[in-house]
Design a protein around this ligand. Structure first.
Ligand SMILES: [Fe+2]
Ligand SMILES: [Fe+2]
Length: 377
């Protein structure tokens, strides 16, 4: 009954499958998007703080690592959105995209510069929408998780996510000057995560997959960014995201060993579908459309690119894969998820650092505070 590995492989890289979804955003003007959430809200009468020591430690850490989006960032800095991301977004610097058969062959410096700007706006817009997804998912976790230490921690994450939505919205509005609606791939993924009524699926979809990808993407952008406002903003957001991913891993680590093989298989499939949707959305269909490029051709050409031109796409999985391994999802059963990650060429990250301890190293707020000179007098 199951589909063969070859079928899955063909489907993964089928431009028509990807395009079907890209055309699904029939109403980009909508202001309100409602998703039915049928989960139970769970009270617990066990108020024993610290019963889950690692979550308790994370909660205490979160309380002292808060920052203020309005006053800790210097919004007076002038930003040139054509160069703010540095070399990362310069699409024109490699042969594959300039080859005669490339759908971008006709691009000159002017077009690549415009692409750099549009791609930056698109990326930051998707992060904005993803941050709102995290805000809603984490509010949902406060309601649905049965452990008091997890409810406490998740409440701090709600504040973090509000701050993230705030900074991305402000940066787009004041420094970039154009934005994009949510990509249909991301919207469908967020809808799926919210709709699922099993509380651990919210964690897997949001904390492990979406936030794992965001943490890797922010890290990569942070390395290349030229704008000091963006550098500091990304660094601060990363401090928070590292805690969020750790929250996911620590919580699911307790739960998964109690599950049956059939239940774990469902989690593997959920993780892979989420991963695939995220890879598909990073093909930037909406940007190509705005640039007047045939979107299907652009998707097809990018999918066929040699690995060295897909490093950014692959790096997006550099936190997800080790965290899935740590949770046992990679090799459970017959290693179903390992095979899928091999097919989308991201398995090479399996032994990179997982995120359970990394959050302390990434805490920039604490580092800044320690670096401040002692008050005089
Ligand atoms: Fe966030
Ligand atoms: Fe987050």
């Amino acid at each position: 009954m199951s589909i063969s590995d070859a079928d899955i492989r063909n489907d993964i890289n089928d431009p028509d499958r990807i395009m079907q979804l890209a055309e699904f955003n029939s109403n980009p003007e909508e202001l309100i998007h409602a998703v039915t959430d049928s989960s139970e809200a769970i009270f617990t009468w066990n108020y024993e703080k610290g019963e889950r020591a690692k979550l308790d430690k994370l909660y205490e850490k979160a309380k002292t690592s808060q920052w203020n989006a309005q006053t800790d960032l210097d919004w007076s800095i002038d930003v040139d959105p054509y160069t703010a991301l540095g070399v990362l977004a310069e699409g024109g610097d490699n042969g594959y995209y300039e080859a005669p058969e490339s759908p971008f062959h006709h691009f000159g410096d002017k077009e690549w510069s415009e692409f750099t700007y549009q791609s930056f706006a698109w990326r930051m817009s998707q992060f904005l929408h993803g941050e709102q997804g995290a805000l809603l998912c984490t509010a949902k976790i406060v309601e649905t998780v049965p452990w008091i230490d997890a409810k406490y921690y998740a409440a701090t994450q709600v504040v973090d996510e509000a701050r993230h939505v705030e900074v991305f919205a402000k940066y787009l509005d004041e420094k970039i000057g154009t934005e994009y609606p949510i990509s249909p791939h991301l919207r469908l993924l967020l809808d799926d995560i919210i709709t699922d009524n099993r509380w651990d699926m919210t964690y897997l979809g949001m904390q492990i997959m979406v936030e794992g990808l965001a943490l890797a993407a922010f890290g990569f952008m942070h390395q290349f960014a030229d704008d000091p406002l963006l550098v500091k903003m990304l660094r601060y957001v990363m401090s928070d995201e590292a805690r969020h991913v750790a929250f996911g891993v620590l919580s699911l680590q307790e739960l998964y060993p109690q599950m049956t093989q059939a239940e774990i298989q469902e989690r593997q499939e959920f993780a892979f579908e989420a991963g695939l949707r995220m890879r598909d959305r990073f093909l930037q269909q909406e940007v190509w459309d705005r640039m007047g490029v045939n979107v299907r051709e652009a998707v097809k050409y990018q999918l066929a690119a040699p690995a060295e031109f897909k490093q950014f796409q692959a790096l997006l999985f550099s936190k997800i894969v080790p965290n899935c391994k740590k949770l046992g999802l990679l090799d459970a059963g017959d290693g179903w998820l390992r095979k899928r990650f091999e097919e989308i060429e991201v398995i090479q990250f399996e032994d990179w650092a997982d995120t359970t301890e990394e959050y302390s190293d990434l805490d920039q707020v604490a580092a800044d505070r320690n670096a401040e000179p002692a008050p005089a007098g």
